[in-house]
Unconditional design. Structure first.
Length: 180
C-alpha cells in the first residue's frame, strides 16, 4: 500500500435508503455521502493522489478560505499500487499524477477502519464508492463504517465482478484510517 494522504470529512450516519445491516455511518473515500470539508481541488493544494500531504495543509486551506472544520473527521488513506481495469478485466500499475508534488507525512498513530473500493473513470480524483453510493453494501457484508474489513476481500470482490455495472472504473482499493 502506498501512502496517499489525508482528507477531512463530514461523516454522516447511514442514510435511510441504504438497507445494509450493521452499517452505522459512512467512512467512504468518495465525497458523495460523507462530504469532503470543501470543494478542495479548486485550491490546488492537493497532492498527486488528490489528497493532502498532511493535516496541517488542510487546516491552512480551511483558515485561508474561512472554512469551519468543526464536526469533521480527519482520515488518512493508503492506496493499493495497482488499479483494476474493468474493461480489460486485469490489474495494472497505479501511479500518482506526477505534475503534483507529493510528500505524504505519515501519521504517528492511525486506526484502520477498513477498505474501500473507489471508481475513478477520469483517472484522477476518487469519484464514487460503490459500497455506499450504489448501495452494494446491501448485498455485500461490510463493517459498521460501510467498509470492507480485509484487503483480500476487496480484491476478490473486484476480480469476481461484484463491482461491475455499479460505476465505471478503473477501481482502486484504499485503506481507510482515522487518526488518534
Amino acid at each position: 500500500m502506498i501512502p496517499a494522504g489525508y482528507m477531512a470529512k463530514q461523516v454522516v450516519i447511514k442514510p435511510d435508503w441504504l438497507k445494509a445491516n450493521g452499517v452505522e455511518d459512512i467512512y467512504s473515500v468518495s465525497g458523495c455521502i460523507s462530504k469532503n470539508f470543501a470543494d478542495y481541488i479548486t485550491f490546488w493544494k492537493h497532492n498527486g493522489y488528490w489528497f493532502f500531504d498532511s493535516p496541517d495543509i488542510i487546516e491552512q486551506v480551511a483558515q485561508e478560505h474561512s472554512i469551519d472544520l468543526a464536526g469533521t473527521t480527519m482520515f488518512y488513506y493508503e492506496v493499493y499500487e495497482q488499479e483494476f481495469d474493468d474493461g480489460k478485466e486485469q490489474w495494472r500499475p497505479y501511479e500518482r499524477e506526477q505534475s503534483f508534488p507529493t510528500n505524504v507525512r505519515m501519521p504517528e498513530k492511525k486506526i484502520l477502519a477498513g477498505f474501500d473500493v473507489v471508481s475513478s473513470s477520469q483517472e484522477n480524483a476518487p469519484e464514487c464508492s460503490p459500497l455506499s453510493c450504489n448501495s452494494l453494501a446491501d448485498e455485500i457484508q461490510t463493517n459498521s463504517h460501510c467498509l470492507l474489513p480485509y484487503f483480500e476481500t476487496a480484491k476478490q470482490l473486484i476480480e469476481t465482478g461484484r463491482f461491475n455495472d455499479s460505476e465505471p472504473g478503473p477501481y482502486r482499493i484504499f485503506a481507510v484510517y482515522t487518526l488518534e
